[in-house]
Design a protein around this ligand. Structure first.
Ligand SMILES: *Cc1c(COP(=O)(O)O)cnc(C)c1O
Length: 438
């Protein structure tokens, strides 16, 4: 029997409606990858336009990362971080703290847990510093910080998070800008000012995706806006948690987005690209000051009682160290501007009356679709979804968020491949919505 019927009988896919999945003729079973391409079980090749969900930055079967993981397998696959250490993780923590300008690294397994860890640490730190009245968090509207209950509490995407509200802690909200325009940013900042004035003394932390809210369809704010938010938080003694799970490791042109705003957070959350997209690993970085708030005799019970079984897994750490080697030795960031520019040119070159807006920043793009008169398509038309599926016929794998087609290729995608990717999306739009001219 072929793979898909067996899939339909046994699997539950994330963020996927079963009624659609089980009927889609476009479903693929991916068996191999090479560079920026994926191959299915029928041997057809596709451009990986989602970087395998935003994490594969250096291409599949990267020789350096492959070799590092194989090498680690010769030594040990897993040992716990609870009460033990290993050489790879020590080396990686030294490198990461040097890169980020923070002092301590706590490892976990996914972006969601990196944020979960930051919010528990921040809360406990405030409690142990004697600021026990601080029990609340503030996040942006349309925020996405992951899918565990704590990170969902910080999330502000009604479609994903609404049903869970009765289960969640209530976060305060600052309205987020959509296009980094000065006028909208001024309105949002003024609301933020009012909020910090009214609630500053109750707040543990401000949690923010820096510069781009990816899962909201690439909403943007300026480095100055981010800097101003951070200043407001600092002035009220509120910690700053920056979630660079999507933006970290070069996605927006610099190693980390915080470099562009010149800010130093109290907590920095990293995941997705940290292993080059090879294995699940996440890091929550923080300062020595916060680490010190957890010191004391055991019976003061100031320990951070949190840890996952596979925290700091040696195979994942080997991939993460090799990823850092690759960034340094393969000049990934140095070569990024030309590649990012080419992606922008390719996406902006698309021309169709149903393309309402093209967003592009670094190696990240979004194509917003709407009816020719500018109105949203009805939700049940599933336009964005159908466009994503149609792109497969043209040799590209992309994903949509509603009627926004997200474009998140590996950072090593060459200009000609970005052009090919954009053309595949353009052809898919024509397949679903008809030709550009009539
Ligand atoms: C993907 C993402 C997360 C969640 O990461 P997972 O590894 O999927 O749990 C959190 N924050 C941001 C900004 C993300 O893009």
């Amino acid at each position: 029997m072929s793979w898909l019927p067996r899939d339909y009988a046994a699997l539950w896919h994330p963020f996927t409606q079963a009624d659609e999945w089980e009927k889609q003729p476009e479903n693929l079973v991916i068996e191999r990858g090479e560079g920026v391409f994926l191959s299915d079980t029928d041997g057809r090749r596709y451009l990986d336009g989602t970087a395998s969900l935003w994490c594969n930055v250096l291409g599949h079967r990267h020789p350096r990362i492959d070799a590092a993981v194989r090498g680690q397998l010769e030594r040990i696959a897993h040992t716990t971080m609870l009460g033990l250490s290993h050489p790879g993780v020590i080396e990686h923590a030294e490198r990461l703290t040097a890169l980020c300008g923070l002092d301590r690294v706590f490892y976990s397994d996914s972006g969601s847990t990196a944020v979960e860890v930051a919010l528990k640490m921040a809360f406990q730190a405030k409690q142990q510093l004697g600021e026990t009245q601080r029990t609340r968090f503030v996040a942006l509207t349309e925020a996405y910080h992951g899918d565990t209950v704590g990170s969902v509490s910080l999330g502000g995407i009604e479609l994903f998070h609404g049903i869970y509200r009765p289960l969640l802690f209530e976060a305060l909200r600052i309205p987020s800008p959509e296009r980094a325009e000065p006028a909208e940013e001024a309105v949002c900042l003024s609301a933020a000012g009012d909020l910090f004035a009214a609630h500053g003394s109750e707040l543990v932390a401000l949690v923010v995706e820096p510069l781009v809210q990816g899962a909201a369809g690439m909403r943007r704010h300026s480095p100055a806006f981010l800097g101003a938010l951070v200043a407001l938080a600092r002035a009220r003694g509120v910690f700053v948690v920056v979630d660079e799970v999507a933006t970290g490791f070069g996605r927006l042109g610099t190693m980390f987005a915080i470099e562009q705003a010149g800010i130093k957070p109290d907590f920095l959350c990293l995941a997705k690209a940290i292993t080059g997209g090879y294995l699940p690993l996440a890091a929550t970085l923080t300062t020595e000051t916060i680490y010190d708030a957890f010191r004391g005799p055991y019976t003061a019970y100031r320990t951070f009682f949190h840890g996952h079984t596979y925290t700091g897994n040696p195979l994942a750490i080997a991939a993460a160290n090799a990823t850092l080697d690759a960034y340094a030795e393969e000049k990934v960031l140095e070569r990024l501007p030309a590649r990012a520019e080419a992606l922008g040119v390719a996406l902006r070159g698309l021309n169709h009356p149903c393309i309402k807006e093209v967003r592009h920043f670094g190696m990240m793009g979004a194509i917003l679709l709407a009816a020719g008169d500018g109105r949203a398509f009805p939700a049940d038309a599933r336009t964005g979804h159908r466009v994503s599926l149609a792109a497969r016929r043209h040799g590209a794998i992309v994903r949509n968020l509603g009627d926004t087609v997200m474009v998140m290729p590996p950072l090593v995608m060459e200009p000609a491949q970005s052009q090919q990717l954009a053309e595949a999306i353009g052809s898919a739009i024509v397949d679903v919505l008809g030709p550009a001219e009539r």
